[in-house]
Design a protein around this ligand. Structure first.
Ligand SMILES: C[S@@+](CC[C@H](N)C(=O)[O-])C[C@H]1O[C@@H](n2cnc3c(N)ncnc32)[C@H](O)[C@@H]1O
Length: 387
């Protein structure tokens, strides 16, 4: 049984999506939290699932120490001693700080236990990460991140951007958990009350192999990026996609931005030192139009083709979702880009089943493919990945 988390306004869409993927699978809605369903994760893409807890079991624990024992029992003897593991632990009940406090005490108890008699587990324990979400009614308990323990692998932390990044778009690698490596194992524990909750244990390489379903961000929640100088808030979608992908537009890369005006996606790419070909019927903000790193093409996004393979296709064009899906598949089939972020915009909810063809046709053309309703999305879904 896996537990799929969703925003409360997405639960019915997630239920529909699960039914389309696995019509036979029994589903149980867990109020306000998500859907438990017995479905295979292989070949599964769920745009409306924020986070996946594989093999999730309901647990009860009468005390802080009992919770810590449950978590240690899930890890000891199951995870390889010499490989990194992470814990995502958060409360999903009540108002105020009571749940957060409880989780902090549980974490302290887990660490204390490992110090006393499971030092090998402590050495490979990478981080108890914070989601840092500002919008969640149940904020993550770890306001300040734990220092990673001695011996935690450097590879568990996102590489810093090459070259000096100018101040500006915040969010991105500095505040992101590292992407899972094939060696990373993961424990996820949700307290739905002080004495009950869900526990999920994912042995490596599962978190990495299913990284399009299992987010390295606790709860799958990515704090929104911040930059008052961007032409619009739309840049938060691009930054969140990069964060989820664990890879970002870099200095010296080439980026085609389809439907680029007023220019906040181009702004991000320019800030990172990339060269941008911005395609739109309308010009971008004046300062961007003057940038030596931007070339503006007053053209139809659906007809534009680059003369050679580009590092990034980013596309936020306003169009019927099927048109954007066809555009992405055409670019993928022709290998016109190495990485991509494409927004699919919906009017109402009837067209979500169109996503099924993309789930079928895009993954075989990609090294990595994600399809997610981002925290920054409204009635949109973002497709992003690596070709
Ligand atoms: C949501 S806005 C893009 C916002 C942009 N990503 C940003 O962050 O500033 C969508 C853009 O798509 C453009 N657009 C719509 N259809 C287009 C087409 N067929 N060809 C080129 N641009 C198009 C619109 O002019 C509009 O500027």
């Amino acid at each position: 049984m896996s537990l799929f988390l969703a925003d409360s306004d997405s639960l019915t869409f997630l239920a529909d999506e699960l039914r389309r993927s696995a019509p036979e699978a029994a589903q149980t809605e867990i109020a306000g939290l998500g859907i438990a369903a017995d479905v295979k994760l292989d070949g599964l893409w769920l745009a409306f699932a924020r986070q996946t807890l594989p093999e999730a079991v309901e647990v009860s624990a009468a005390s802080i120490n009992a919770w810590a024992d449950r978590i240690i029992d899930a890890v000891a003897g199951h995870f390889p001693d010499d490989q990194p593991w992470r814990l995502h632990l958060w409360p999903h009940y009540g108002e105020g700080r009571a749940g957060q406090n409880r989780c902090e005490l549980i974490l302290a108890s887990v660490i204390e236990r490992m110090k006393k008699k499971r030092r090998h587990l402590l050495r490979s324990f990478v981080d108890a990460e914070s989601s840092g979400s500002r919008t969640s009614p149940h904020p993550n308990p770890f306001a300040s991140r734990l220092r990673s323990p001695k011996g935690a692998r450097e590879s568990e932390f996102l590489p810093r951007p090459a070259g000096g990044e100018r101040a500006g778009v915040r969010g991105g690698s500095d505040s992101s958990p590292a992407p899972f490596t094939p060696q990373t194992s993961l424990v996820q524990c949700i307290l739905t009350s002080p004495e009950a909750g869900w526990l999920s244990t994912s042995l490596a390489p599962l978190p990495h192999a299913h990284r399009h379903l299992i987010s390295s961000f606790p709860r799958g929640e990515v704090p929104l990026a911040d930059d008052k100088s961007a032409p619009s808030r739309a840049f938060t979608k691009l930054v969140e996609s990069e964060q989820r992908l664990g890879r970002r537009i870099e200095r010296g890369q080439t980026c085609v931005d389809l439907g680029a005006s007023p220019g906040s996606w181009s702004y991000v790419a320019i800030q990172r030192g990339a060269h941008v070909i911005a395609v739109d019927r309308s010009e971008l903000r004046e300062d961007l139009m003057r940038s030596p790193r931007l070339r503006f093409e007053a053209a139809d996004a659906f007809k534009y083709q680059p003369s050679q393979t580009v590092d990034w296709l980013v596309c936020d064009v306003i169009a019927a979702p099927q048109r954007s899906i066809d555009l992405l598949l055409e670019w993928l089939r022709d290998k016109r880009m190495r990485n991509f972020v494409v927004t699919l915009k919906f009017k109402g909810h009837d067209e979500y089943p169109l996503l099924e063809s993309l789930k079928r046709d895009a993954p075989p053309l990609c090294a990595e493919f994600h399809l997610t309703r981002l925290c920054a999305n409204k009635n949109e879904v973002c497709a992003f990945g690596v070709v």
